[in-house]
Design a protein around this ligand. Sequence first.
Ligand code: CDP
Ligand code: CDP
Length: 227
Amino acid sequence: MNTNIVVAIDGYSSCGKSTLAKALSKKLHFIYVDSGAMYRAVALYFLRNNVDMTDHEQIAQALQNIHLNFHSRDYQTHIILNGEEVSEEIRLMPVSEKVAAVASLHQVRVEMVKQQQRMGKSSNIVMDGRDIGTAVFPHAQVKIFMTADPKIRAERRFKELAPKNPDLTLEEIFESLAHRDYQDTTRAESPLIRADDAIILDNTELTPDEQLQFVLDKVLPFVEQTK
Ligand code: CDP
Ligand code: CDP
């Protein structure tokens, strides 16, 4: 039986999942996998190569041609698409606007979930996304479902993106997040829903340190058991 610990973090866009996941992995020396970055990199490939999302053969061919890797440097995760670092480009608006549609495709999900499950086979791991506690690791020891006030989420994302994107408005970000949340929660395949055994974490009024402490309290008993 596997004794590695899996922490599954799901939730709406921009509510602090990756901030929490990175901090946890740093503290506990668990591997961190940003599953959203994988879907974003696939969406970037689809955009660049004009993949027709109604054509199953084109999608299958594209998935065969996509090779994703993660590199960790200075506690930052870098995603590599076919040998090219795309960590910054996948955060830009064209990818953000496309990714939910790409992630709703059955063929894409089957391939990503397979790769994600492989990564969690033998190491302690923290993975964040939308279906980690429901589809990827339904037996994860700790499942967190994150949420926060939509206005606060948009403000947090705006603070991040505005310095490099002077034309971007807070309203645009708010609309884009709301639209993506709608797509993610209503899609047929693995929609974003809380697993029955997931702990809800509303971090509207929590600092990153406070949210980390909240989750560490849930994970540490499992770490103790493995000692
Ligand atoms: O960082 P943000 O919350 O904006 O999103 P993300 O985690 O980078 O994920 C980007 C998109 O990928 C999501 O809006 C979902 O459409 C999709 N995704 C998914 O379907 N399943 C996952 N496990 C992770 C992301
Ligand atoms: O991964 P996800 O899209 O859910 O969100 P994130 O990228 O971790 O967080 C979005 C922004 O919210 C980042 O700039 C975080 O620093 C910030 N944040 C915050 O201000 N307070 C928190 N409790 C959590 C995140």
